[in-house]
Design a protein around this ligand. Structure first.
Ligand code: PRP
Length: 179
């Protein structure tokens, strides 16, 4: 991006190249594990839109992409602990292999809610792929089947992740530098 308006504020944690390399590895692993079976990639909006788009292109399986909108942070940097569904599934997933795609697992409250929600829809299986995990903030332990990176306890933005809805368009993952 030529006008690097964010450069002073955001310090890079993972470059676009590092992210793409890891996404390719995750895609290959998922492709191997599901052995040709049809898969529903469940993209959790909004944060996962970029990760899910890249991951989908690295999975060599008969794939269906569905979207579920949830929000627990609003415009705040602290999780409210209350997960709100902002967009429900457009099609049923009963009898299907479902892979939930999350950008970040922070306290784990959203993912815990999501896994239970999806399980009530009668899928054949539910697994989780998260790009980032911040273990220092865990409140609810939820198993992550495919994980991109374990990160330190810093507020991260970019590659889909926001602060007050901004920075989602950055092609890298960074953290907000202290003034
Ligand atoms: C973010 C992120 C996860 C959740 C993780 O969503 O996309 O869904 O928080 O946090 P937790 O582990 O503490 O529950 P957010 O509520 O910010 O909505 P967004 O995806 O629309 O940005």
């Amino acid at each position: 991006m030529p006008n690097a308006w964010y450069r002073e504020k955001i310090k890079t944690l993972y470059s676009p190249e590092q992210i793409q390399a890891r996404v390719r590895e995750l895609g290959a692993e998922i492709t191997r594990d599901y052995r040709g079976k049809p898969l529903v990639l469940l993209c959790v909006l909004k944060g996962s839109f970029m990760f899910a788009a890249d991951l989908a292109r690295c999975i060599d399986l008969p794939l269906r992409v569905e979207f579920l909108g949830v929000q627990s942070y609003g415009d705040d940097t602290m999780s409210s602990g209350v997960v709100q569904i902002t967009l429900d599934l457009a099609r049923p997933v009963d009898g299907e292999e479902v892979l939930i795609v999350e950008d970040i697992v922070d306290t784990g409250l959203t993912l815990d809610y999501l896994v239970h929600q999806v399980q009530t829809r009668g899928p054949a299986s539910v697994k989780v792929c998260a790009l980032l995990h911040k273990p220092a903030r865990t409140k609810k332990k939820v198993s992550i089947d495919y994980l991109g990176f374990t990160i330190p306890n810093k507020f991260v933005v970019g590659y889909g992740l926001d602060v007050a809805q901004r920075y989602r368009n950055l092609p890298f993952i960074g953290h907000v530098a202290q003034p």
